[in-house]
Design a binder for this molecule. Structure first.
Ligand code: CA
Length: 560
């Protein structure tokens, strides 16, 4: 075959997990001409790796000679290698380690010659690191230089938290009331909301919990506190209005016990939350229920409507980062850019939550050594140990995480996926750990590990409960994911996805692989976009189209 011989292109190297050294990031710019000419391009994450991924759109055919300057130069591809998939850079004998990100992502199940496609069927996945004997706070990253002077326009709440949106939320105690609340919300939007122009939205906090569940089981604490804390999300301005059925297990004062919440109105918190109970004798007919909810909503709307955005330091952002529909580029483009941005946020005094237990499990050693204190490291071990046992009850392990789409996108197994996932957390010390459904205390800032399942909607729901006021979501395969409670900024890992989903993706991190941007530049782009979105100056595409995924509770306790 005829081969285009491009000019010298640098090997892409990372000096540590998630840390692209700046000189090399500059080098990545030089790849632009190569991609435009569709010359074969491979990306290697670390000099010690014996595989690289194919960057070219559509992959590379068998017989392609890897040109001078790219990882594997001079190797002829033995197989067609799809985009994002791995090619062996050396002969790898049966049983030898396959290394990416300078960590073992598997062991060869048979001899793999240089130039072969290294797909998941050729790899034996490494077993998970035991949770005993882990390093505790042994390589605490030094504090980065503070980043001052950045602010956004937000809504200051009575409890000190800050909203990025001004939303009336109607809390529900049980799924039974969901249909009624949906009708009430539709009427509030049509009949009341036009009179309150400073209120962004009215939403019902619908969920599947509340009855038919073993509510006294120890693990029931997770869904209950999740619902409680979502009702108190900073974007709701401290306004609490509950709709209850009446006979359900999760009674309003169990969901929101007196004293568990501060509210902005003059109501005595000792009375418990303001509640419309559908089974009350006063309700005669469906319309009386709706009328009652509308009448109860009105004073909340009036108070919310009086609020105005004010200039707030960037330190009040509480950003949840997550990925979904990941591919092999997630760990090369979008997640490193998010990680760089996470460092900027931490430097600005803000809070960044990263999560997804099954996607950090294979990197536990990195996390415990990065913890700010041994106590934080122990809390990471506690949460991941609990999750190991939870998975074990279901007779699976963290390997159950990966999807057909992940594998089609080049991720062979969870060990490889995890290395690309944790890069989102940047390089700061981990300062706090939250158990599922717990809410951040005002003094818990910096980089936080919020222990959640990796399931997109469950992770997002738990991050909302923790107090998230802005969400960043990276995707390689593509997802239209969005939340009603807070804005979701979506970051594409590949330019092809960003091009096709031009009105769903907010940031194209694929430009990093194209050589048109660097990790730092895309990280800064994301940082500035966050301030604009938090201020309401810009809407995300998910907001524009009103794409709202359901709240999905994590309920590890039995149902009845
Ligand atoms: Ca996820």
């Amino acid at each position: 075959m005829t081969l285009f011989c491009p000019p010298m292109v640098p090997v892409v190297l990372y000096d540590n997990i998630g840390q692209c050294s700046s000189s090399i990031c500059r080098d990545m710019n030089q790849t632009t001409d190569q991609l435009r000419s569709s010359a074969p391009l491979t990306l290697r994450m670390h000099a010690a790796d014996n595989v690289a991924i194919v960057a070219n759109n559509g992959g590379l055919p068998a017989g392609t000679l890897l040109p001078e300057g790219v990882p594997g130069a001079g190797i002829c591809l033995r197989d067609k290698v799809p985009q994002g998939h791995k090619v062996a850079l050396t002969d790898i004998a049966t049983g030898e380690v396959v290394r990416r990100y300078n960590v073992p992502i598997g062991y060869a199940l048979k001899d793999i010659p240089a130039g072969a496609w290294v797909h998941e069927r050729l790899l034996q996945m490494p077993s998970a690191r035991a949770l005993e004997g882990l390093p505790l706070a042994t390589v605490i990253p030094p504090q980065h230089e503070p980043l001052a002077g950045y602010s956004f326009e937000g809504y200051r709440n009575a409890d000190g938290s800050v909203g990025t949106r001004n939303i009336l939320a109607i809390t529900t105690t049980v799924q039974c009331v969901a249909g009624v609340v949906a009708q009430a919300v539709a009427r509030i939007k049509a009949e009341l909301l036009p009179g309150y122009p400073n209120v962004d939205d009215v939403i019902g906090l619908e969920h599947s919990y509340g009855c038919g569940v073993a509510i006294d089981a120890p693990d029931a604490v997770i869904p209950i506190r999740t619902l409680r804390h979502i009702s108190l999300n900073p974007n709701f301005g401290g306004e609490v209005l509950v709709v209850s059925l009446g006979c359900e297990k999760l009674q309003p004062d169990r969901l929101l016990p007196p004293g568990s919440f501060a509210i902005s109105d003059e109501r005595d918190p000792a009375l418990g939350p303001e509640t419309v109970c559908l089974q009350d004798d006063q309700h005669v007919g469906f319309m009386s229920m709706l009328d009652d909810i509308l009448a109860s909503a009105r004073p909340h709307l009036e108070r919310l409507n009086k609020r105005r955005r004010e200039t707030i330091p960037a330190s009040e952002l509480v950003v949840g980062v997550q990925c979904g529909g990941s591919d092999a580029f997630s760990g090369v483009t979008a997640n490193p850019a998010v990680g760089f941005c996470a460092d900027l946020l931490v430097r600005a005094g803000a809070t960044v939550m990263f999560s997804e237990n099954t996607e950090v499990r294979d990197a536990v050693e990195q996390l415990t050594s990065r913890a700010a204190t041994p106590e934080v490291a122990q809390a990471i071990i506690r949460e991941l140990g609990w999750y190991d046992r939870y998975l074990d009850r279901g007779q699976v392990d963290r390997a159950a995480n990966t999807t057909p789409g992940n594998k089609a996108g080049g991720l062979s197994n969870i060990a490889e996926k995890a290395m690309g996932s944790i890069i989102k957390s940047g390089s700061s010390a981990i300062s706090h750990v939250l158990a599922p459904g717990e809410k951040l205390r005002p003094d818990q800032r910096g980089l936080v590990y919020a222990a959640t399942p990796a399931s997109d909607f469950i992770c997002g729901t738990l991050q909302l409960a923790a107090g998230m006021n802005l969400h960043v979501f990276t995707t390689g395969r593509g997802t239209p994911y969005g939340l009603a409670v807070c804005p979701v900024i979506k970051v594409a890992t590949r330019s092809d996805l960003a091009r096709r989903w031009h009105d769903l993706m907010d940031v194209n991190a694929g430009r990093i692989a194209d050589g048109e941007s660097t990790i730092e530049q895309t990280g800064w782009e994301l940082f500035h976009l966050m301030l604009d979105v938090a201020s309401g100056r810009k809407k995300t595409w998910a907001e524009h189209w009103k794409l709202h995924n359901a709240l999905v509770l994590f309920n590890p306790a039995p149902v009845t």
